[in-house]
Ligand binder design. Structure first.
Ligand SMILES: C[S@@+](CC[C@H](N)C(=O)[O-])C[C@H]1O[C@@H](n2cnc3c(N)ncnc32)[C@H](O)[C@@H]1O
Length: 512
């Protein structure tokens, strides 16, 4: 019934449904057949209806959707709902801080306020993995708030001028302030592979628009009437790595791209995802790269105009090890600079089943949008509030250092050096290593205790397991004479090396 225009409805006068307006857009088009429901359901429904939902951000849809999907199903689609705090960490340095600062500086200048307002009207936003649309929702809400502030300031300036007896051109006092709403839903675009989140995103945008209009009504007494719906956000359902983003939103210097695209490592990817990643990266493809890398590369190629910007939340692996050279060097060479970044931090998605990953946020720009560089540092465990520092450069390892990427090489870089075949290998068969259980015995031995050193290895760094080693490097046999513990360990080393079938193990020992 709600999907039928009021003049075409066949309902009796006085029917309770007459109060409901026509709502187009497909939301009420299909009949919803409910199974017989228990009385508890009715009670829960009535309770939900009496709650004041206007205080809830539509961004919670992502979280709600996430809680009904299993952790496995989410991991496969790389779905991890982004909290509002992490969305703000992305969009504030990307564009919001700039517009808020400009609003602050223009607050007594009607001409500058109008200029800023017109610029906001030109902006277009694309989230190419938008899920339930929470980046778009928060961005829209924040920009409508900036716009409302502009309209209020212009009205106040007009009133001050009129009070001072000045003639005011195009005064902002008119009742039809709604015609001045220039930040509209049709400036917000998304791509999402799954149908359900895509549809939720469209609805969430309508709700956040409604909330912004209510704010406007509080201030000006009027708000735009959005029914029937003629202006809506554009959420395209499909694979963002196969769709031409220009067909969704033509690229221009007014387009800002952001989001939290899916992460999937080499072992987690489906064959289709690997094929998508390979085609996005072309010759720079490297199996170690995370799936999310494809979005960075695609955004860098989609935004071709000089003054562009984009930012994504991503797994921290894209700024480490073998990912750095193939992902970042081509992007930086094509004229992009990293203008802000959050160094790795713990992902707290407010979910009952957190994803258990460390993430980074990387913001890139080129042309006139490359001004300052801000790097956000966290405590070593990635928890807590970050500290923002202005820096000279942000390299792809997210360090204030030159743009150098270390590439994997099987040959020594200085050509005159012999090839390194084994690295720094302990040929002791672990007999010189002291494990925590044995430490006490070595520490209470007056001779052996002098030769205990900490052994730092990947096990210690990654798993936090301490180990020690007997360090006899500059010692002579006379120095450890009398220590049965050391003699026994050396006997085992000698035995295993002599018996080893590896020529290097017994050869080196026999040779020296
Ligand atoms: C990490 S989630 C982020 C969703 C949302 N922005 C948020 O923060 O809650 C990534 C989203 O990308 C979607 N996705 C996965 N692969 C995709 C693809 N190839 N094209 C478009 N969307 C994709 C997933 O369904 C998921 O909704």
């Amino acid at each position: 019934m709600l999907a039928t225009p009021t003049d075409r409805r066949t309902i009796e006068a006085g029917d309770p449904l007459t109060f409901f307006r026509y709502i187009n857009g497909g939301l009420f088009e299909d009949p919803l057949r409910l199974p017989p429901l228990p009385v508890e359901f009715r009670g829960a429904l009535l309770e939900a209806c009496s709650f004041n939902w206007s205080v809830i951000s539509p961004a919670v849809f992502g979280s709600m959707f996430q809680t009904v999907k299993s952790k496995e199903a989410r991991r496969h689609g790389g779905e991890h709902y982004t909290t509002e705090a992490n969305i703000l960490k992305t969009i504030q340095p990307l564009f919001l801080d700039e517009y808020r600062d400009r609003l602050e500086r223009a607050s007594n200048d009607k001409g500058q306020l109008t200029k800023l307002h017109n610029e906001l009207a030109e902006l277009r936003f694309l989230d190419p993995a938008c899920g339930c649309g929470n980046f778009l929702v928060v961005a829209y809400r924040e920009l409508r708030a900036v716009e409302l502030e502009i309209l209020k300031r212009r009205r106040d300036l007009d009133m001050e001028a009129i009070a001072a007896g000045k003639k005011v051109e195009r005064a902002q006092l008119s009742l039809d302030v709604t015609a001045n709403v220039k930040v509209t839903l049709d400036h917000f675009f998304g791509i999402e592979i799954d149908e359900w989140p895509a549809r939720i995103a469209e609805t969430a945008m309508l709700l956040v628009d409604h909330l912004a209009n209510q704010q406007m009504e509080l201030e000006f007494g009027v708000a735009p009437d959005r029914l029937p719906i003629t202006i809506a956000s554009k959420i395209r359902q499909g694979n963002a790595l196969e769709i031409d983003w220009n067909a969704v939103l033509p690229s221009s210097e007014h387009v800002i791209v952001f989001g939290n695209p899916p992460y999937a490592g080499q072992k987690e990817r489906t064959a289709e995802q690997t094929a998508n990643l390979r085609s996005a990266l072309g010759d720079d493809y490297n199996g170690n790269l995370d799936f999310v890398s494809a979005w960075f590369r695609k955004a860098s190629e989609y935004l071709t105009t000089p003054n562009s910007r984009f930012a994504f939340v991503a797994t921290s692996s894209i700024c480490q090890g073998q990912s750095v050279a193939p992902l970042w060097i081509p992007i930086l060479r094509s004229g992009w600079s990293i203008v802000f970044a959050h160094r790795p931090f713990d992902w707290d998605s407010e979910s009952a089943n957190p994803a258990g990953v460390h993430v980074v946020i990387v913001g890139l720009a080129r042309g006139s949008k490359c001004t300052e560089r801000t790097l956000f540092y966290y405590a070593a465990n990635g928890l807590g509030k970050p500290e923002a520092r202005q820096v000279a450069n942000i390299n792809p390892y997210l360090l204030n250092a030159p743009n150098i990427a270390v590439r994997a090489s099987r040959k020594p870089v200085p050509a005159h050096l012999p090839p390194l075949t084994e690295g720094n290998k302990l040929w002791d068969f672990n007999n010189l290593v002291i494990k925590p259980d044995d430490l006490d015995a070595f520490e209470t031995d007056p001779v052996a205790s002098k030769f205990i050193r900490s052994l730092l290895s990947n096990t210690t760094l990654l798993k936090g397991k301490p180990r020690w080693v007997l360090w006899l490097r500059d010692a002579e046999p006379a120095d450890w004479a009398g220590s049965v513990l050391i003699e026994e360990r050396l006997r085992l080393v000698r035995k295993e090396r002599t018996e080893s079938s590896d020529a290097e193990a017994n050869g080196i020992f026999q040779g020296g």
